[in-house]
Design a protein around this ligand. Sequence first.
Ligand SMILES: Nc1ncnc2c1ncn2[C@@H]1O[C@H](COS(=O)(=O)NC(=O)[C@@H](N)CS)[C@@H](O)[C@H]1O
Length: 438
Amino acid sequence: MRLSRYFLPILKENPKEAEIVSHRLMLRAGMLRQEAAGIYAWLPLGHRVLKKIEQIVREEQNRAGAIELLMPTLQLADLWRESGRYDAYGPEMLRIADRHKRELLYGPTNEEMITEIFRAYVKSYKSLPLNLYHIQWKFRDEQRPRFGVMRGREFLMKDAYSFDVDEAAARKSYNKMFVAYLRTFARMGLKAIPMRAETGPIGGDLSHEFIVLAETGESGVYCDKDVLNLPVPDENVDYDGDLTPIIKQWTSVYAATEDVHEAARYESEVPEANRLQTRGIEVGQIFYFGTKYSDSMKANVAGPNGADTPIHGGSYGVGVSRLVGAIIEACHDDNGIIWPEEVAPFRVTILNLKQGDAATDAACEQLYKELTAKGVDVLYDDTDQRAGAKFATADLIGIPWQVHVGPRGLAEGKIELKRRSDGSKESVALAEAAARLA
Ligand SMILES: Nc1ncnc2c1ncn2[C@@H]1O[C@H](COS(=O)(=O)NC(=O)[C@@H](N)CS)[C@@H](O)[C@H]1O
């Protein structure tokens, strides 16, 4: 992409409404624009990151055996009356009437709808286990939307729903999602710690929140530092095998959100030197809620003995749009964002330090074409800004690799390669640059 033809509305100043670094940097880096409280337009650079995060979530859900579909954002109020949550959900529910005065709502989550879909088609335990998911916009009329995408009103969520014949089978589905979440967040360059959590409006009695440690996080957390160094299962993990050793390993070290923290247990189990009390950002939450929805909505299957039995369910959410902010909270410095390579909007940015100079223009064009031909996502800063401004923009938007092309270096056939994450620079022969970056 040529920057001169892109749409990247960089802000020079820190927007006053931004209270935390991720919100500030997303606005300054031209990634996001607020259209209403808690409701955002995803500008091109932010949209590219959102899509990369979404794709990692999708790949790991598919690897764990979940099946993707897409449910609508609008739902019938009557569906929620069946489960009894229509009134219980309260003012966070955005209620809408259509032209025929039919009562609808903008879905904050989809347990009722997926249960309606399930019960319409699945009649036998032989069709289980089943895990269906989608990646869809949600609306929760938060009392105080704030911190940009961290607590929005309209936000993008991956929500998966599992269906099993009994609790033992449902726990296996839960464990699959637990492992999938460990892998998902690690692939984004995040340490997201599974912590025992409250179940809240979703219900049930088993839940873990996946928390990225960050001072600005809204969740208070208590954990044993050892949990930060546990191994994340690799891509060969056998989801049809016994996952309990992995679950045991990750749940035997103390880690709890403040809502379910047990001070006495913490003090007796966790050596003083290992105690970590901090804050974190909840980037995902998983729930086992048994027959909560199948009872109220009569989602039964014929069991092994032929008798009708309500399915045991679980739901598994990832805050896809929240993750854009969470990654910035975890990966930034004073100059701007530092994107982990897996989610970076572009892998390389070429800075022409003397736009209009025949030699630097030709070298940049050649490198741009070579990298693009190799399928590398490149942003070529071909604008007529002076070099200093190009350096500042490149550092702000956080592209992992910067290629500085200047007349002096070129005279010796060299370009300068800068790694954004540690600021290290290396002089590389122009002829080798594409191979180094592909
Ligand atoms: N207001 C919000 N803004 C941005 N992300 C949010 C917001 N509320 C929740 N999330 C994200 O969405 C994830 C799942 O939301 S949740 O309420 O915990 N779980 C559910 O809704 C279940 N139905 C999971 S399928 C959270 O872990 C969080 O990362």
